[in-house]
Each structure stands twice: as C-alpha cells, then as structure tokens.
Design a protein around this ligand. Structure first.
Ligand SMILES: Cc1cc2nc3c(=O)[nH]c(=O)nc-3n(C[C@H](O)[C@H](O)[C@H](O)COP(=O)(O)OP(=O)(O)OC[C@H]3O[C@@H](n4cnc5c(N)ncnc54)[C@H](O)[C@@H]3O)c2cc1C
Length: 447
C-alpha cells in the first residue's frame, strides 16, 4: 500500500533531487535494508538531521536504537538544503511568541535558537566532521530602499535577545564588503551562525550514530505502524521492527497515515536551489561579489545565497506549491531569472545544478517536540525552512524525552501542534499565502 501523502508523487521521486550538487561531494554510508523481524528499544522513523541527531543521543546514552528510512541517511531535506546553520525555525516573531506564550517563552525560544547553532558547531568539532564551514554569522540584505528599517529592527532585536551587536552596512559599503549587486540597498550582519555542506554534516552524523551503536536501515519505507502488546511494530515490505518507543522524524516527507497521528498536523512546502559551476577570479571581480557570507534578502519570497569555498554560488528560492514536472521547470526558469537580475555579470555562467526538497510548516507556526499520539511515541518536526540547527537540537530533545530525562523544552515548541484546516486540501493555504506574499513583495519593492 503506498503511503497516503498530500503532495504530488513527483516530490517523492528522483526528479527533484536529480541534479543535487551535494550528492557530488559526499556519500552517506550505505546501510542495509530492514529484513525479517528485528527488535530495538527505540525505533526512529526518518534519517535526516532530526532522526540522526536523536539516534546519536540515544546510542550515546547506551540505548538500543534502530533508525529506518525509506531511502537512506540525508535523502530528504537534510541532504538538499542550503546549509545555512543559523537562528530560526519558527515563523512567529519574538513579540508574537511573548504575547501567546509569555515573555519568558520568547527568551527561552531565543536561547534554543542559539543553542541549536552551538550544538551543530560542537558536533562538527567533537566528531571531526569536515563540512566545509564558512561565513561569520549571516547577512540580511534590503531588496528595496524602503526595507532599510527592517535591518535596523533586526539589529535591535539581536541586541535585545542575545546582547550582541549586529553590524549595519549602508548601500555604499556593500561593494567594499564584496557584496556588489544592483539589487541591494544596505545590509545587517548578525554575528551568529555559519554555513556548511549539509550532506557532509548528515554523513558525519550518520557515521557518529553508527559508531555509537545505532543501527541504520535504508531503502525501507515504513508502510504501517501496528501496536502489538505494548510495542510499536514498523512494517516494511521486507521486514518489521518492533520497539518499545517510537520517535517520529519525517518532517516534510511525512504522510497522513504513518503514523495516523500526523494526519493534518504538518504542511509540506518546497524550497529550491541553483548552484553555478566554479566562478573564476575575473568573474567574481566583474560582479564585485567576493564575500563568503551567507546572505538572504528582505523579501517574503526570499532568496538565500552564498559563495562557497570552491567558488560556486549557491542560490536558493522559496516556494511554489505544486510538485509537478511543469512546476519544476518553471521554478528553475524563475530562479535563474532572479539570479541573473541579482548578479547581472554572471548572466553567462552555467547553473548545472538545480534541485528541490520539502520542508514543513506546523499549524502553530513553530517547531514541535513532544508526545506523538500514543504512550511511548514522540515527534519532532516543522522547522519552517530553518532546520539545519533546529532539527539537530529538536532530535536531541526528542531523544531526551524518550529517555525520560525531562528536558527543558521551550513552551513554544512543546505546545500542542493542533491541526490545519481543510484536511488533505490544506495546501490551498499555501496557494493563498504565495499570492499574498507576491503582492506584498511587489508593493514593498517599489521604493
Ligand atoms: C531546498 C531546501 C533548502 C533548505 N535550506 C535550509 C537552510 O539553508 N538552512 C536551514 O536551517 N534549513 C534549510 N532547509 C530546511 C532543512 O533542510 C530541514 O528543516 C531539515 O533538513 C529537516 O530535517 P528532518 O530530519 O526533520 O527531515 P528530512 O531531512 O526531510 O528527513 C525526513 C526523512 O524521513 C524519511 N521518511 C518519511 N516517511 C517515511 C516512512 N514512512 N518510512 C521511512 N522513512 C520515511 C524520508 O525518507 C526522509 O529521509 C531547507 C530545506 C530545503 C528543502
């Protein structure tokens, strides 16, 4: 029985990942298929950052843990993202969090965002994972003169939440910083975060989890989870895994039925990335873009980009609701048109790599870490497109919950997820949001 999923089948097939640049740079460990009847104390469903981080934490606590993935480690968004290891994970701003969950909740969330970035840095360091790290914090660029106040506001927020100084840059300074583009009217640099190669990170996490004793299974879509005498039994076409506890880590690749608790609680949406061939020194000079900062802009339909250590430019665009071949081709054309507008001196430069993946929203517009619908089941998901750091932390928190360690989980994350309206037609909400944001960007970009 195929999984009951709400996005078109193309999203789960090979096309969106076919030309993924990261796959040419790292090879996650080959893992066996789940065969026959297996047992573990903890079963983790999904081998992205969330599941692998959880598995590593559990295995290092001495637990018997098995991870099952439909494909393999880093197959989902974790092996497809832009590698921005940064603050974020919720759509809600700190003022809304404070209003909804209390002032201390806003501070707890800010601390978690920072702790998430620190956790990834520490993991790379202590596990000896070379993930091509670069960038000192991240830089937000104003896409219109009228958006300059957003930069100041972000700087003030960083000071209030973290006691750190963000640096404002005027339009005239951008060329000196190696960020020359006709598109931008100023910037602010936040001194937290760094960029990495996400597939090297996922590969390193998988290796560390295995070394610590976790068993990893791939090519094993779980098509049903049964409850039998107090255990969860994860069924695949070639085997089954029986475990006392279940950790759900399927994020944007979740389904309505495995497990049924997920139905209506998650909303997948796409993000897309172009990567150029390596740029020459002359080409970098011609554009005036030599900075290695990870950058994004003030649009709702934001662009995120960074010049990588091998001189390839990575350029990401959010959005598009449907996942069909036609939409894939349209998105690629639109991303390329945006790239040409922002970096006109590179209009001749080939972009051989373009790929897509699914990220995940929750009805409360913040990540969730908590019980997963049955005694002994837990879930961590919905990082709203910012999961390199936050999925790593959430996986660890979920593992601590499963270990009965009563971790301190920020209220905004532990609050129940709720369900989206419109049932399996809930992607219409994205369609509405997409058009609203397009109009807002047009209006905000005029001056
Ligand atoms: C194009 C793109 C760019 C992004 N850029 C950034 C960025 O720069 N910075 C940032 O912080 N975040 C970014 N994100 C978001 C980030 O990648 C995700 O939040 C994060 O990777 C989520 O990790 P995860 O482990 O929860 O989910 P995933 O990595 O998506 O893993 C879920 C896994 O579950 C498995 N699975 C699902 N159902 C089943 C089943 N029934 N049986 C077995 N296995 C199953 C899938 O095979 C998959 O491997 C981006 C996302 C995308 C798509």
């Amino acid at each position: 029985m195929p999984l009951d999923r709400i996005v078109e089948p193309v999203a789960y097939g090979p096309l969106p990942d076919r030309d993924n640049y990261w796959r040419t740079t790292a090879e996650p460990p080959a893992v066996p298929r789940l065969e026959g009847a297996q047992e573990a104390e903890f079963a983790v469903l999904g081998a992205g950052f969330t599941g692998l981080s959880a598995a590593l934490r559990l295995a290092e606590a001495g637990a018997d843990v098995a991870v099952v993935d439909a494909h393999g480690p880093g197959w989902g968004a974790s092996g497809r993202n832009g590698g921005f290891c940064c603050l974020g994970g919720a759509v809600l701003g700190s003022a809304t969090i404070a209003r909804r969950y209390g002032r201390s909740a806003a501070r707890d969330w800010a601390n978690a965002e920072r702790a998430a970035v620190d956790l990834v840095a520490e993991t790379l360091e202590t596990r000896g994972i070379d993930a091509d790290r670069h960038s000192d914090g991240e830089t937000l660029l104003a896409h219109a003169a009228s958006r300059r106040p957003d930069l100041k506001e972000r700087g003030e927020e960083i000071r209030a939440l973290y006691g750190l100084d963000a640096t404002l840059h005027g339009k005239d300074e951008l060329a000196q910083l190696g960020m020359a583009s006709p598109e931008f009217h100023g910037a602010v640099t936040v001194p937290i975060g760094f960029a990495l190669n996400p597939l090297k990170y996922a590969t390193g996490l998988a290796g560390s989890a295995r070394t610590a004793g976790a068993r990893l299974y791939g090519d094993s879509p779980v098509t049903r989870i049964a409850r039998e005498t107090g255990a969860f039994v994860l069924k695949t076409s070639t085997g089954e895994l029986r475990a006392r506890k279940l950790l759900i880590a399927t994020n944007g690749y979740s389904s309505e039925d495995v497990p049924a608790w997920l139905r209506g609680r998650y909303l997948p949406t796409q993000s897309n990335i172009l990567v150029t061939r390596p740029l020459t020194g002359d080409e970098l000079a011609a554009q005036g873009w030599t900075s290695r900062q990870m950058c994004y802009d003030t649009r709702y339909h934001l662009h995120y980009f960074r010049l990588m250590p091998d001189n390839r430019m990575l350029f990401g665009v959010r959005g598009r609701v449907r996942s069909t071949r036609e939409v894939w081709a349209q998105t690629r054309r639109q991303a390329r048109a945006d790239f040409d507008r922002i970096f006109p001196a590179w209009a001749h430069v080939e972009t051989p790599h373009f790929w897509q993946g699914l990220l995940c929203l929750s009805p409360k517009l913040a990540p969730y870490v908590g019980p997963g619908g049955a005694h002994g089941a837990y879930a961590a998901l919905a990082y709203h497109g910012n999961g390199v750091a936050m999925a790593s932390l959430s996986g660890r928190l979920m593992a601590d919950l499963a270990l009965d360690r009563a971790p301190a989980i920020p209220r905004v994350m532990s609050a129940p997820m709720g369900r989206f309206p419109l049932g399996r037609h809930r992607r219409w909400l994205l369609w509405g949001m997409w058009h609203l944001h397009r109009l807002q960007d047009m209006a905000r970009g005029r001056a």
